[in-house]
Design a protein around this ligand. Structure first.
Ligand code: 5GP
Length: 352
């Protein structure tokens, strides 16, 4: 709608370089951006090419970016697994900016027939990350804290950072208490180390989607429930949660307003230098079996971080490289302070 022009902000969920874009009418008129950039939409008059500029730039230049609709469709074309029926696209080559820009305005009909889609539900754009409309949000003093999700590859130091944060202010930060079906040990109390429940109840809760994640270890179930996140927030604490990145999409609701921090490994050279004497607990199920890092662990960590970033990078609000632990911790602390005091971009859907 025209009234929205210049007032609409979007977060880019993909990297864009107009020079690599065969479809853009004029490469020089394009605006390049990176995944995570916030763009201000200046015009949506054209259904294929929007005009936008970088938000917060002192001297922003407006340029053309692919419209959401156009980008979704061509991304869907490149990823056939999200298509039910392959769509046909004619790659119309265009020469000058002026001519093609005007042309593409006029030939909305042509644009439509470019995509021969029999039924609109034949492709699902939900998994095609393009743009997300965002708005600034600042937490009010009487409001609950936002959920903070920490993600990162095994061995990157996520647990160490989380532990440091917890002990820095135990009144302010909290973690979830997991559920388990194993028997309580004598020194443990229900609701402290774990919430102890029966296998039957655990299975029922899984059926009812009460768990964010769960796993099996030595014939017992262990898992983190959504309610355990709620109970930390209800105590007026910042809830620190570390989960697999695929879990994040279930938490992206107005109730949790998750702020996602990706803990990234430094270069392999720096890993070798900084983790020389450190130990790795290679998986959740290898409890206690901490071993010195091997070269394979470093390579695995970097590879797994790359996969996470490629696949889920559009969900990350902040990336912190854990090179030196103290430096990373200070950056984490600053990030938390800002989160509580400054405005941050959140999806518009979280505010209604
Ligand atoms: P223990 O029974 O010795 O307390 O823990 C056994 C294993 O369960 C450990 O490797 C621990 O990391 C894992 N575990 C504890 N809590 C959870 C959880 O919430 N989810 C999953 N998937 N595993 C957990």
């Amino acid at each position: 709608t025209p009234s929205k022009e210049g007032k609409m902000f979007i977060k880019a969920l993909f990297d864009y370089d107009p020079h690599e874009d065969k479809a853009i009418p004029c490469k020089e008129a394009g605006l390049s951006f990176k995944k995570g950039d916030i763009l201000q939409i200046m015009s949506q008059d054209d259904s294929t090419w929007w005009q936008a500029k970088h938000a917060g730039d002192a001297n922003p230049r407006a340029g053309l970016i692919p419209s959401k609709h156009f980008q979704e469709r061509r991304l869907a074309l490149r990823r056939p697994e999200i298509l039910v029926q392959p769509l046909k696209v004619s790659n119309r080559k265009s020469s000058g900016f002026r001519r093609s820009f005007r042309l593409s305005r006029k030939d909305k009909k042509t644009n439509k027939s470019m995509y021969e889609c029999k039924k609109s539900d034949q492709y699902d754009t939900a998994d095609v990350p393009t743009y997300e409309e965002v708005t600034p949000y600042r937490r009010q003093t009487n409001e609950k804290y936002r959920l903070v999700v920490l993600v990162g590859p095994v061995g990157v130091g996520l647990n160490e950072l989380k532990r440091k944060l917890l002990v820095s202010d135990t009144q302010h930060y909290g973690v979830t208490v997991p559920h388990t079906t194993r028997a309580r040990r004598s020194q443990e109390s229900d609701g402290v180390e774990y919430i102890f429940i029966s296998k039957h109840l655990f299975e029922t809760d899984v059926q009812n989607n009460k768990f964010l994640e769960y796993g099996e270890y030595k014939n017992n179930y262990y898992g983190t429930s959504i309610d355990s996140v709620r109970s930390v927030l209800a105590k007026n604490k910042v809830c620190l949660l570390d989960v697999q990145p695929h879990t994040v999409k279930h938490l992206r609701t107005l109730e949790f307003k998750p702020y996602v921090i990706f803990i990234k490994p430094p270069s392999i050279e720096r890993l070798r230098e900084t983790r020389k004497n450190a130990k790795i607990i290679s998986s959740r199920d290898d409890q206690g079996a901490a071993k010195p890092f091997t070269e394979e662990d470093f390579q695995e960590m970097i590879k797994s971080a790359q996969i996470m970033e490629n696949q889920y990078g559009h969900l990350f609000d902040k990336i912190i490289v854990n090179d030196d632990l103290t430096v990373a911790f200070n950056e984490l602390k600053t990030t938390f302070d800002k989160l509580e005091t400054e405005a941050h971009w959140v999806p518009v859907s979280w505010l209604h």
